[in-house]
Design a protein around this ligand. Structure first.
Ligand SMILES: Nc1ncnc2c1ncn2[C@@H]1O[C@H](COP(=O)(O)OP(=O)(O)OP(=O)(O)O)[C@@H](O)[C@H]1O
Ligand SMILES: O=C(CO)[C@H](O)[C@H](O)COP(=O)(O)O
Length: 292
């Protein structure tokens, strides 16, 4: 937790939509004149693609069928914690990119499945923005939520998450449905043990729920659209959240619990802007005063 150099952490499983949500944050940062440095969770994978394949084979041969990119040990979470801590104390830090596909390879000049070199953050930022798989991990080695000032969970219900992952990995990463299905199965153990516990640590969760039939996500021909879904928004601590204002501004929304509202799927961007802008604005203006 840092007041001088705040950190925003957006956590979601693979395909949950954290990259999509980043666009909403970028819009808020631009409109509010906030300079952010961004890190992607995949930059903190421990292995490149070839090394990961070897590590998986090695562990399989030893009878470990639970290892995957979701596992703590497949990621440099100690390094991520160090970056969070350094940034919180000094406004400095470093990151790199894990290159997934040909388009990213072209942009970064590194082949798919490899990392770029580490690079320091640009000086003079207001906020560090993390988006990835492990932004709210608490285990016996790291405590990331303790270092982040605003923690967001992006968690579609699981059928929808799978549909989003299958479609994205097929469309932009060149995988077959069968290959993605294998990955989903292989990651299930760590999904339960490493991914889901984070969503009790997050301050606000956005859970997209389709209102069309997704009973067999492996044959869905398209991703349910925003008009075909609702979003449940849950606040860990609802104190200070102006629910009457939110339900008045977001047409078609209603409260389902004392700390939860439901909105039409096509209002997610608006809801995020209404909810997050004052929180971000407060973090940044306090930080700027402390740094002055
Ligand atoms: N609210 C939404 N409505 C419709 N489609 C969405 C929504 N959010 C995400 N998607 C779609 O789901 C797919 C996965 O989204 P995205 O790439 O943002 O996931 P991610 O969490 O960043 O995944 P990864 O961490 O594996 O990169 C994309 O095809 C995206 O367009
Ligand atoms: O999105 C992911 C995790 O967030 C990817 O599955 C992970 O980064 C491995 O990528 P690849 O299968 O392209 O080597």
């Amino acid at each position: 937790m840092s007041r001088k150099y705040p950190i925003i952490s957006v956590t979601g499983s693979s395909g949950a939509g954290t990259s999509t949500v980043k666009a909403t944050f970028d819009q808020i940062f631009r409109r509010e004149g906030i300079t952010a440095v961004a890190i992607e969770g995949d930059a903190f994978h421990r292995f490149n693609r070839a090394e990961m394949r070897d590590e998986l084979a090695r562990r399989y041969a030893e009878g470990d069928q639970t290892f995957s990119h979701f596992s703590y040990e497949a990621n440099e979470l100690g390094e991520l914690e160090r970056v969070f801590r350094d940034y919180g104390e000094t406004g400095k830090g470093r990151t790199r990119h894990y290159v997934h596909d040909a388009a990213e390879a072209e942009r970064h000049g590194v082949p798919p499945g490899e990392f770029t070199a580490w690079k320091p953050f640009a000086d003079g930022s207001d906020v560090l923005f993390y988006e990835g798989l492990h932004g709210a991990v608490v285990n016996d080695q790291v405590n990331l939520p303790a270092l982040a000032d605003l923690k967001i969970g992006v968690v579609p219900v699981i059928n929808l998450e799978w549909i989003q992952k299958i479609h994205r990995d097929r469309a932009t990463r060149g995988y077959s449905t069968e290959a993605v299905t294998d990955v989903i199965l292989r990651r299930m153990h760590a999904y339960v043990h490493c991914i889901t516990p984070q969503f009790t640590e997050t301050d606000i969760n956005f859970q997209r729920v389709p209102v069309v039939d997704t009973s067999n996500p492996f044959v869905a021909r398209w991703i349910p659209t925003p008009d075909e879904s609702l979003v449940v928004i849950r606040f860990k601590n609802p104190r200070g959240i102006d629910f009457p204002y939110l339900t008045a501004m977001i047409q078609g929304s209603w409260m389902t619990r004392a700390n939860s509202i439901v909105i039409p799927g096509n209002k997610q961007d608006l809801a995020m802007q209404l909810i997050l802008t004052p929180l971000i604005e407060r973090l940044v203006s306090t930080a700027r005063k402390l740094r002055a």
